[in-house]
Design a protein around this ligand. Structure first.
Ligand code: ZN
Length: 199
């Protein structure tokens, strides 16, 4: 949701300098009309974009937006809920170096980047959830439509990972896992991934 609102939020900032210029030069009605028409157009364009995106996601292959599958065939939980300072309520799960990672939801790749501390980050979202996966080697592209359970990459230790003794695994052969965070758009908050992961 925030992704789609972002462009729309920028529009009033463009309009304000124009409005001030119009008032100072004595022409009020024409600038106001331009602003009003622009606002309607911007709203209409934003609205149409949002509705068409949501509609395509609602009919996505692989089930309903709340369907959730495990990112791994088999895994162990290596860390319970954490990441609050990062804005997360995530868990760490491990299936081994190079294990295939499956998309827990169907949706669209809306984020694919390396964050400021070197973590590889993959974000997939649909109308219900925004799922964030970290530390893997991801093989999908920004904007890709992803099916439920589709392979999106393989497990790695990219970025900020540690061994069992708490030592950094940067450049070392350890710390392989997936950091999994789930944001529920309907609640507007992160939810416990362990409540969604199949037993
Ligand atoms: Zn983590």
């Amino acid at each position: 949701m925030a992704h789609y609102n972002y462009d729309f939020d920028l529009q009033p900032e463009k309009a304000i300098p124009y409005a001030n210029g119009g008032c100072l030069s004595g022409f009020i009605i024409i600038p106001l009309t331009v602003i009003m028409v622009s606002a309607v157009l911007f709203y209409a364009l934003s609205h149409v974009t949002f509705v068409s995106s949501a509609t395509s996601l609602d009919t996505g292959i692989g089930g309903t937006p709340t369907d959730f599958v495990s990112p791994y065939d088999d895994y162990t939980i290596t860390q319970g809920l954490h990441g609050y300072s990062y804005g997360h309520m995530a868990v760490d799960i491990n299936a081994g170096d190079g294990a295939e990672i499956f998309s827990p939801i169907y949706g669209e790749v809306t984020g694919l980047y390396i964050d400021e501390i070197g973590n590889t980050v993959l974000e997939i979202e649909n109308p219900a959830y925004k799922v964030t996966l970290m530390h893997g080697i991801y093989t999908v592209s920004l904007g890709d439509s992803i099916q439920l359970g589709q392979i999106v990459g393989s497990e790695s230790n990219q970025g900020n990972t540690y061994d069992m003794a708490g030592r950094s695994c940067r450049g070392r052969d350890c710390g392989y896992h997936t950091h999994l965070n789930v944001f529920d758009k309907r609640l507007g908050t992160n939810v416990n991934p362990l409540d969604l992961l199949p037993e």
